[in-house]
Write a protein that binds this ligand. Sequence first.
Ligand SMILES: [Fe+2]
Length: 486
Amino acid sequence: MMPEPDSRMIQGVIAEIMRTLTTEVTDQSLPVEGVMPASIDGVYFRNGPGRFERGGQRYAHPFDGDGHITRLDIGPTGVRYSNRFVRTREYLAEEHSGRMRYRSFGTNLPGGLLANLFRVRFKNPANTSVIWHGGRLLALWEGGPPHRLDPDTLDTLGIETFDGRLRNPYPPPSSWLSPVLPFSAHPRLDPASGELINFGLVSGAPNRLLIYQVDHNGGLSLNQTHALPRFSFIHDFGVTRRWLCFLIPHADFDLASAMLGLKTPVGSLRIRTKQPMQALLIPRSPAQGRPTLIDCDSGFVFHVAQAFDSDDGALVLDVIRYPKYPDFRQFEAIFQHPDPEIMPRLERMVIDPTKGRATTRRLSDHAAEMPISAPEPFGESRRILYSLGAPPQRQVPFLSAVQRLDTDTGDLRCRDFGLDMPGEPMWVPDTAGGEGWLLTLVYRAGQNRTELLVMRADNLQTQASVILPHGLPIGFHGCWVPRAEL
Ligand SMILES: [Fe+2]
């Protein structure tokens, strides 16, 4: 068992993984230790914040950092590494002037109220995820449109409007605030149709939840629009063969304060986690009827691990639920003075649309976040879920284990990295018929070094590893693209 890290050690690691990266590397060949499986032949892309300050001014929220993409080309001839910041319009302008020029969602401009008053064009950090679909590599951030990247060079090709279809059609002030519609960082692929399904939240009267479909050629259509009672905070959703499901927290943004510059948008967010969440169920086919709202447990959910339809007509969602919303503005305080109620855990929600009832049960006592499952069979229960996590005795929300949970038996395998910080595990299929492989980028504490680990998915043991030429800051989401698809 790993010793419980003390607060000074934790503080040191947090400082390391939130340090601005200053180097960009192009197609550098890296030595492999161990034996790289033959079935891993493709490119692993990952996104995350890479710059945490500008002109000596530190971002007040860690999620405001500028998007930074890592690219690992892994195949029979070896491993090649590149990394690039996403050259958004805002990034280029701030690079040019050497100072912070845009408000971010969690950071106001220095200079007080006058510097922020009515400054309503926020920085799109393009830092949350990177996906490959319809021949496009896209850096995603939920508050704005995607940025298209060259999959070979990682050059930024510009904002992706999908041939203009993401342009905001709504009257001002909506179109002033968001000239191009937001496209969330958690789209879901339906392999049966080849369509990517995604959503965006747009404030206004009414507040709108927009549902998009992107076909296999990259053609986008705005499929459905739903009025929401409040401009809430939704990060992810579930898709099954029958339903789209959004878990809506009891949350409000004080948009007036945010627009006036009195608060940042994140600072104006109030999430009442003692109140029940609501599940918004939207039928994928109009023949199924109308959308319905069902009260669920209280709390907050960032991520949905999987969703499927059960034989009795219920919708099942495996989610990571926080009993209380973690205030990431107080990033260090979360770790130094932990509140047990912010430990996230994997739970199974069963939602019965006919009875309008939802039940929840915990799947494991281990903390968990950044869950993934094999992408197929889509819409059916996938028995094995992988995630980051921590054993139940861990007193701080330091999710530095990689975990594998058998949801049928409850068997949980946990590889605890202690103070080292693994990133979101990425599942890669094993063409030889095994359970697959997990890729993760592990930050080695105190060494300013990041390592790519290739683990067996069934027992989490290391199969191969690659040391990167620098230590990478904290990362969020990524994708695996087989070489044949690039
Ligand atoms: Fe996410």
